[in-house]
Design a protein around this ligand. Structure first.
Ligand SMILES: Cc1cc2nc3c(=O)[nH]c(=O)nc-3n(C[C@H](O)[C@H](O)[C@H](O)COP(=O)(O)OP(=O)(O)OC[C@H]3O[C@@H](n4cnc5c(N)ncnc54)[C@H](O)[C@@H]3O)c2cc1C
Length: 482
C-alpha cells in the first residue's frame, strides 16, 4: 500500500542557530538580509508567502499575462541603492518613465515629473512667480528627518500657493498615490518624498518585478542567506529584555537578533508580546495610526493586440478638486493607471494595464461573500468605463480582468487592515525605539510615510541592517567582516 503524501518540511536542514532571523521578505527585509549576510553574519530569511518580495510582487495568469502590483514608479535614488546593496547588473535595469499624465477637471497635462519640468509648468501653466517656485523647491529640498515636525503639508501649500487648489492637486495627488499621505501629515513627509522624485523624475525596472525579485534571490543565496518561504514566524522569544529566538511553523530556532519586516504593530503586539515592553512605550504604540490600503484592477491585453502610447502613468480624476476623502472613497473618482508597454519586458511584446486607487479596509472587510464579489465586479467595470476615455476600445483588447482589495493585501502581506504604506509618521519613532526596549530586536519596513515605497523601504533596510551589525559586533567583538 502506498503511503499518504507527507506535508513538505519547509524548515528541512535548518541550522541550529542564527545571528539574525529576518522576518519577512519585503524590500526592507530582503535588503537588510543581504547587507547582513555580506557583513559576514549567519542570516535566516523567513517568509510566510510562497514568493519573496512582499508588496513588490507580481502574479501570472492564463494567456501569458504577468501583472505587477507595486511597480508603478520610484525615484532615481533607487539606482544607487540597487547598485550599492544589490548589484551593478540589477541597477542597470532601472529606466525612466517620461510620460506622466494628469487629467482632471482642473487641468490636463503631460510631464517628465522632474524639477525642471515641474518648475516650468508651475510658472507657465499655473502662473506662479519664479521666486515663489524656487523658494518652494528650496524649502522642500532642505527638509530632513531630524527637523522638528511642526508644519503640515496643508500649511506648506497655504504658505506658497494660497488658495490655489489646482497647484495643490498638481503637487500632491501623485504623492498621495505614492505613499498614502494627506495634506494633514507633517510637511516633512511630503518634502522628502517630493524632493526624491523631483531629483530626476520617475523610474521603473526593466524586466518587471518577477525579474528583479529573481535576481535579488540569486544575490541572497550567493551571499549565504538561508531563505525559507512558506515559513510563518509565530513568536519572537524574549528573556530579560533580550531576544532569544523565534518560533517558525511550530519549531523553535535560537538567534541573537531579530530584524522584523513584519508590520511594526504586529511585531510588538503579536510576535513579541506587550508584556516585554515598558508601559509608556506601549502607550506610544497604541497611538500609532495605520496608513490606508489600496484596490487595484489588473487588465491583461490579448496576445497580438496593442495599446497606443497614452502615457506611462496617468493620474486621472473626475473629482472637482484634490480631496483625500474622495480619493479614499469606495465610490471611486480618482485612479492611477499604469501602462506596461512591451519595453518593460523586452522580447515579450505584451501589454498590461493596472489601475490603482487608495482604499479603506473597513469599506471591504465586512461585506458578505456575495456583496464582495459584486463590488469587485463593479470596480472592474467602472474602471473599464473610466479607461475608455483614453483607450476607447479597451473592452475588446483585454482577455483578462481581475481586482484586488484591502482584504487581498492583508491576506498576502499580513499587514493589519491591508495597509499599503505602513503607518503614519508616529510609527517611525516606535520602529526606531524598538532596540532600546529589547536587546537585539530591530524593525525595518514601511513606517512613517518616509520609509515606505520601494526606495524608502530598501534604504530603511540598509540603515537597520547596519544597526543590527553593530549590535552583533558588540556581542562578538572578534567577528571579522567577510
Ligand atoms: C497597490 C500598491 C502600489 C504601490 N506602488 C508603489 C510604487 O509605484 N512605487 C513605490 O515605490 N512603492 C509602491 N508601493 C509601496 C511599496 O510597494 C511598499 O512600500 C514596499 O514594497 C514595502 O516594503 P516593506 O519592506 O515595508 O515590506 P512589505 O512589502 O510590506 O513586506 C513584508 C513581508 O513580510 C512578510 N511577513 C509579515 N509577517 C510575517 C510573519 N509573521 N512571518 C513571515 N513573513 C511575514 C509578508 O508576507 C511580506 O512579504 C505600492 C504599494 C501598493 C500596495
Amino acid at each position: 500500500m502506498s503511503k499518504p503524501p507527507q506535508p513538505r518540511d519547509w524548515l528541512k536542514d535548518i541550522q541550529s542557530a542564527y545571528d539574525t532571523v529576518v522576518i519577512g521578505s519585503g524590500l526592507a527585509g530582503m535588503t537588510s538580509a543581504n547587507v547582513l549576510a555580506k557583513l559576514g553574519h549567519k542570516v535566516l530569511l523567513a517568509e510566510h508567502h510562497y514568493n519573496l518580495g512582499g508588496m513588490a510582487t507580481w502574479f501570472k495568469r492564463k494567456g501569458g499575462h504577468i501583472m505587477d502590483i507595486s511597480l508603478h514608479g520610484f525615484p532615481r535614488g533607487m539606482i544607487k541603492t540597487l547598485r550599492k546593496y544589490w548589484s551593478q547588473d540589477i541597477s542597470k535595469r532601472v529606466i525612466q518613465l517620461k510620460n506622466i499624465r494628469f487629467d482632471n477637471p482642473q487641468f490636463s497635462l503631460t510631464t517628465s515629473f522632474d524639477k525642471i519640468d515641474f518648475s516650468h509648468i508651475l510658472k507657465e501653466r499655473f502662473g506662479i512667480l519664479k521666486e515663489v517656485v524656487d523658494e518652494f523647491f528650496h524649502t522642500t529640498r532642505a527638509m530632513n528627518f531630524y527637523d522638528d515636525v511642526v508644519m503640515t503639508t496643508r500649511e506648506l501649500f497655504e504658505k506658497y500657493f494660497p488658495g490655489r487648489t489646482d497647484v495643490w492637486r498638481f503637487l500632491m495627488e501623485p504623492i498621495t498615490y505614492a505613499n498614502g499621505s494627506t495634506l494633514d501629515e507633517p510637511a516633512i513627509t511630503y518634502g522628502i518624498v517630493f524632493s526624491n522624485f523631483m531629483d530626476k523624475g520617475v523610474f521603473t525596472y526593466q524586466g518587471g518585478t518577477d525579474h528583479l525579485i529573481k535576481e535579488m534571490k540569486k544575490e541572497l543565496l550567493k551571499n549565504g542567506v538561508d531563505i525559507r518561504t512558506h515559513c510563518m514566524v509565530e513568536k519572537i522569544y524574549v528573556e530579560d529584555k533580550t531576544v532569544q529566538g523565534v518560533r517558525i511553523n511550530g519549531q523553535d530556532i535560537p538567534c541573537k537578533s531579530v530584524l522584523s519586516n513584519s508590520n511594526i504593530i504586529t511585531t510588538i503586539e503579536q510576535l513579541t508580546g506587550e508584556e516585554h515592553f515598558d508601559p509608556e512605550f506601549i502607550k506610544e504604540v497604541k497611538s500609532v495610526r495605520l496608513n490606508n490600503s489600496s484596490c487595484q484592477v489588473y487588465m491583461g491585453i490579448k496576445k497580438g493586440e496593442t495599446v497606443p502610447n497614452v502615457g506611462d502613468l496617468l493620474f486621472s480624476s473626475v473629482a472637482d478638486e484634490y480631496c483625500t476623502e474622495k480619493i479614499l472613497s469606495k465610490d471611486v473618482t480618482s485612479r492611477t493607471f499604469s501602462f506596461y508597454y512591451p519595453e518593460i519586458r523586452p522580447g515579450t511584446n505584451r501589454y498590461s494595464i493596472v489601475s490603482s486607487t487608495n482604499a479603506r479596509y473597513k469599506d471591504w472587510a465586512n461585506l458578505s461573500e456575495k456583496e464582495y464579489r459584486h463590488d469587485k465586479h463593479d470596480l472592474e467595470q467602472t474602471t473599464l468605463d473610466a479607461l475608455e476615455k483614453y483607450v476607447p476600445d479597451i473592452r475588446s483588447k483585454i482577455d483578462h480582468i481581475e481586482a484586488s482589495t484591502p482584504k487581498t493585501f492583508k491576506r498576502y502581506t499580513l499587514h493589519p487592515s491591508g495597509t499599503s504604506f505602513g503607518t503614519k509618521f508616529e510609527g517611525l519613532k516606535v520602529s526606531r525605539d524598538l532596540p532600546k526596549q529589547i536587546n537585539g530586536l530591530f524593525h525595518a519596513g514601511s513606517v512613517g510615510i518616509i520609509m515606505s515605497g520601494w526606495l524608502g523601504a530598501a534604504n530603511y533596510g540598509v540603515i537597520v541592517a547596519n544597526e543590527t551589525d553593530k549590535f552583533l559586533r558588540q556581542l562578538s567583538p572578534s567577528l571579522v567582516t567577510a
